[in-house]
Write a protein that binds this ligand. Structure first.
Ligand SMILES: [Zn+2]
Ligand SMILES: [Zn+2]
Length: 94
């Protein structure tokens, strides 16, 4: 026995970081141990991921953000085009 204060043996089941129950596996996003109750399965094109509810919420938010910027990028050239067309029209009248 070298140290009693050494952390629990390898055969001790990992605990869920959210509720303290026996963990089912690590979150695919933040790699913290989570149980079946505190994770949600996400189906990507390749395989199923188990991610914790916290990451699920974050992902939802970032997805919304991505859509927002995508729309912005779609509208930006249209806006520039509209301004350019207006300018050309203005110049043609001079
Ligand atoms: Zn849990
Ligand atoms: Zn996570």
């Amino acid at each position: 026995m070298t140290g009693v204060l050494q952390h629990v043996g390898d055969d001790a089941p990992p605990r869920c970081v959210h509720c303290g129950k026996q963990a089912a596996g690590p979150c695919a996003s933040c790699h913290r141990m989570i149980c079946a109750d505190c994770c949600t399965l996400t189906e990507s094109s390749v395989k199923k991921w188990a991610i914790c509810l916290e990451c699920d919420r974050k992902k939802g938010r970032s997805l919304g953000h991505a859509w927002g910027s995508l729309i912005l990028w779609l509208l930006l050239p249209l806006g520039i085009l509209a301004v350019a067309t207006a300018l050309v029209g203005l110049l043609a009248h001079l």
